[in-house]
Design a protein around this ligand. Sequence first.
Ligand code: SAH
Ligand code: SF4
Length: 400
Amino acid sequence: MQITPNGHVPILSPRPKINPEDKRNILGLSRSELKEALLEIGVPEKQANMRTKQIWGWIYHHGVADFDRMLNVSKTVRQQLADHFIIKRPDIVEAQYSTDGTRKYLIRFADGNEAEAVYIPEDDRGTLCISSQVGCTLNCKFCHTGTMRLVRNLTAAEIVAQLMIARDDLEEWDNPTEGRRVTNIVMMGMGEPLYNFDEVKKALDIVMDGEGIQLSRRRITLSTSGVVPHMERCGREIGVNLAVSLHAVRDEIRSEIMPINKKYNLADVLNACANYPGAHNARRITFEYVMLKDINDSDEDAYELVRLMRKYKLPAKINLIPFNPWPGVDYECSSKARIKRFSDIVFREGISAPVRTPRGRDIMAACGQLKSASEKKSKAQMLREQTESNFKTEFHATGL
Ligand code: SAH
Ligand code: SF4
C-alpha cells in the first residue's frame, strides 16, 4: 500500500464497484447458509458438509477470495462456485496511519455508505475497533458519531469484512493464533451494537468459529450505551465481555449527556450489569467513563462511582477515557491532574481505574471521533432518486 507523507492512503476506485454479473457474495454467510447456498447451485448433498468446511477454511482461515486457490476442492466444484458466487470485501476508500501506529480504515459498502474501523497496536496486544452501524440513533452529546443520524445497520458480512480488511492490510492470514497482530476486537466503533443485535451476533459467531478466524470470546468486548433489554441476551447468546458507557453517576447529568438515560436510567443499567451472565471477578465488566471538565469529574463523582459499584456488587473495572475533542463540540477534557486525582480516589477504594491513553487523535481515530460522510437521505431526496432511477430503467428498457 502506498502512503503519502501525511499518512493518507487514497485507495481504489472513487465509486462503489458494481458486480456486473450479479453473482452472490458468500462472505458473511453463516455455516448453515453457506451449505444451503452450495446445495442450491448443485453441489451433491453427500459432499455438502465437507465442501462447506473446506470453503469456510479457505475464506476465514486462509483469507482467500479466489475459488481457483481452493486447491482441495475439485475443479468441477470450483467452476460451479465461480459461476455463481464471489467473495468480495467492501472497498477501502482511505487508510490513514497515525504516528503512534494506529491505523484507520474508511470503508465503503456496496450501496455507497461508509463506516470506519480502527486498528490500535499495543505492547502486548493489537485491538481492532469495529463499527456496527452507519451513524447512530443515540445522540450522546460528547460523541462525534452521535451527530450523524442513523443511516442503517451494518450486515454481518459488513461487520466481519472490517476484520478481514485489517487482516489483509496487516498480512496475517494463515497464521496460527499465536503471534497475531489483531489479537482482540472491540465493538466500539460507530453505532450501538445492541440495536443491531442479530447481525452483530452472526458476525461474532463467524469470527469466533474454531475453523475460521478463531478469536476467543474472551478477546472480544462489546460496548453498549446501556440498552438494558438486550444486555442479558448479549451475555447468554454471544458470551463476550461487556463494556458499559456509564459516563455519569447521577441521573440528571447522565440524561443530559446521554439521552438514552431517560429510557434506561442508572438503576436499570446497573441492575442489568449485576445480572450479566458470566460476570464475576475473573471476568469483570468494564465501565467507560469519559472525563468531561466540570461535568462529571469532581471528587464527589468519584466517591459516588465507588458507592454505586459496591451497592450493586459489581465486579468492575473503570476505564477513564480522556475526552477526545472534535470540530464544533462544546465540551472540554478534564485536566491531567483532575483525571489523576479521580483515578486515585477510585483506585484507593479498591477498584481498578486506569486512564486510557488516547490513540490516533492525529487522524481523528480516537474514541468518539469517528464519523463518515454518509448522511441519512431525506424522504424527498430518496423519492427524487427513485424517480430518476425508474426513469433510467424505463429509458433503457425501451431501448431509447
Ligand atoms: N455505542 C457504543 C459503542 C461505541 S462508542 C457505546 O456508546 O458504548 C465507544 C466509547 O467511546 C463509548 O464509551 C463512548 O461513550 C466513548 N466516546 C464517545 N465519544 C467520545 C469522545 N469524544 N471522547 C472520548 N470517548 C468518547
Ligand atoms: Fe452512539 Fe455510542 Fe456515540 Fe452514544 S457514544 S452516540 S451510543 S456511538
